[in-house]
Structures are given as C-alpha cells and as structure tokens.
Ligand binder design. Structure first.
Ligand code: CU
Length: 153
C-alpha cells in the first residue's frame, strides 16, 4: 500500500508546483505558530512535525516538503479499539480565520525516509503549499524547532 499513497502525494505536490509556476504566488495567506519537530535517535527513519496554522482565507493544505526527508505527508491519527492508527489525510481544509492545530496524537506532518538524525535544538525546514478555491497556490516556509517535547509557550 506504500506506492499508491506515495504516488498520490507526489502527483498532488507536482500539481501544486505546476500551478505555482503559472499563477501568481501569494505569500502570508497562512501564518504558522509554535512549529516544532520531534527529535530523533540515530537511525530513526521517521518523525512528526507539529504547529498551529491560521489562514486568512479558505485554503486546503495540499503539499508538504522538507529537505531532510524523502517523503513528507500530512497524517491524521485516531484511536481504534485502543490502538493508535494513522493514515495520510486526504484533505486538510483551513477555514478563514480559524486556527487548526497539528499536534501529537492528531493531525501531523509526517516526515519519512529521513536523510539524517534530527537533533534537539536544530531547525527543521519545511515548505507547505496551500491551494485556494480559485486554484492559486501559496507556499510558506516553516522553521520547526527540533525537540523531544513541545515548546512551552
Ligand atoms: Cu504519521
């Protein structure tokens, strides 16, 4: 089941990239707060990133990338008979003015095929792409702080 998922995310990311090349890219439609990534131990291949996102207008989170991971997906998590399960989220819509929280145990950015260990205190760069109803794509750069626990605010 790995391949179809990767294909889907990849083509979605590609679509976002292509759209970004033709439409004007608008910045700062989405603000990010409290971004952090869970630090890893040596040889760990995957980890999560978490943050609060607030959009100025209705958009859908369509794509996530990071230079430190081969595959980046947005996952949702839920409890199923006492077992924590997760899967790629099909759509992550953001309503204008409403903050959604990507957090441990809920929606999260899943970074897989990690290219290096993520040490506590490091910055983890992420690029998130959002598509609006008119098809325009905006991208934001996120610097998540790595740690083993969420940052205190
Ligand atoms: Cu996940």
């Amino acid at each position: 089941m790995g391949l179809p998922v990767a294909d889907r995310v990849l083509s979605r990311c590609l679509a976002a990239l292509l759209a970004a090349g033709t439409a004007s890219t608008v910045h700062a439609q989405v603000t990010v707060d409290g971004a952090w990534a869970r630090a890893t131990v040596p040889n760990q291949s995957a980890t999560g990133a978490f943050m609060r996102l607030t959009a100025q207008k209705d958009v859908v989170l369509t794509c996530a990338n990071s230079p430190v991971a081969g595959i980046v997906e947005v996952h949702e998590m839920w409890m199923d008979q006492g077992i924590m399960r997760m899967r790629p989220a099909d759509r992550v819509p953001l309503k204008a003015g409403q903050t959604i929280e990507l957090k441990s145990g809920g929606l999260h950015v899943m970074m897989m095929d990690l290219k290096k260990q993520i040490k506590a205190g490091e910055r983890v760069p992420l690029t998130l792409s959002f598509t609006a109803a008119d098809g325009s794509v905006s991208k934001i750069e996120v610097n998540a702080t790595a740690g083993f626990t969420p940052p205190t605010r």
